[in-house]
Design a protein around this ligand. Structure first.
Ligand code: NAP
Length: 249
């Protein structure tokens, strides 16, 4: 379990779901790990689960100044950054008529603008070689109702994996997208739906997946370990879909 030995890894949105499980697996593979989140209690809870080796940082992924402050914090304590997993995401789904400029801006700030300026902010710290992973979504490839703004943000983020790889490959920095399909995480509970509606939505989501079930954070984290490790050193500017076949079948 040393696939990430000697690597310094930052995971945004590491206090829950896919980010938290990825932090667990990165630590198990020998990495030094920092996780971010907004909610102090959730971070502390994650810290209790991950143990002393995880560095907990309160930071809002949707705020550019916070990304710059985060990069400064890392630079003060770490000699370099080998892995950045920009995982924090706003999963708001709404009918077209319910979006406002405010909810649109907030989602884009967290899902697209924040990750872009985080990569810019940590650029001087990124090692050669290093791996940047942005969390996309299978939704960027399908026409799921109510996912318009969310899917657009993820499509933009996946585009950054290509363009920034083109720009940064000469510096040894690979940027790739990791795109989950429907995955069992606390995210579904954050949509503000009553329990009965949540269950109905889960059933609908399962139907969407060709292999007939939702994915697990463990399955996504295995893919994140691969993209973070040198085993994927020839994987550059692309997207790894871990979605039970949603986008392609
Ligand atoms: N679950 C799925 O079915 C699915 C499918 C496709 C893609 N994804 C993507 O996978 C990623 C992780 O989702 P998940 O399902 O693991 O969700 P989750 O369990 O709700 O975890 C989200 C994490 O991100 C953090 N976060 C959210 N907004 C943040 C912000 N502005 N600043 C800092 N941290 C923030 C949350 O902590 P705080 O709220 O405390 O900040 C939490 O730690 C997201 O990018 C999501 O779009 C998920």
């Amino acid at each position: 379990m040393t696939r990430l030995k000697d690597k310094f890894a930052l995971i945004t949105g590491g206090s829950s779901g896919i980010g938290l499980e990825t932090a667990r697996q990165f630590l198990a593979e020998g990495a030094t790990v920092a996780i971010t989140g907004r909610n102090a209690q959730a971070l502390e809870q994650a810290g209790r689960e991950l143990g002393d080796r995880a560095w907990l940082i309160r930071s809002d992924a949707g705020d550019v100044a916070s990304q710059q402050a985060l990069a400064r914090q890392l630079a003060e304590r770490w000699p370099r950054l080998d892995v950045l997993f920009a995982n924090a995401g706003d999963v708001t789904h709404l009918p077209l008529e319910d979006w406002t400029a405010g909810t649109w801006d907030r989602l884009m700030d967290i899902n697209l603008k924040g990750p872009f300026f985080l990569i810019q902010s940590v650029l001087s710290l990124l090692a050669n070689p290093s791996s940047v992973i942005v969390c996309g979504s299978t939704s960027a490839h399908i026409g799921l109702p109510q996912s318009s703004a969310y899917a657009a943000s993820k499509a933009g983020l996946l585009s950054l994996a290509r363009t920034l790889s083109g720009e940064l490959a000469a510096r040894g920095i690979r940027v790739n997208g990791l795109s989950p399909g429907p995955t069992e995480t606390p995210a579904l509970g954050k949509l503000g739906l009553p329990a009965a509606q949540q269950d109905a939505m889960r059933a609908q989501i399962r139907e969407l997946v060709p292999i007939g079930r939702m994915g697990t954070p463990w399955e996504l984290a295995r893919a994140a370990v691969f993209l973070a490790s040198d085993e994927s050193r020839f994987v550059v500017g692309t997207e790894l879909l871990v979605d039970g076949g949603v986008a392609n079948l």
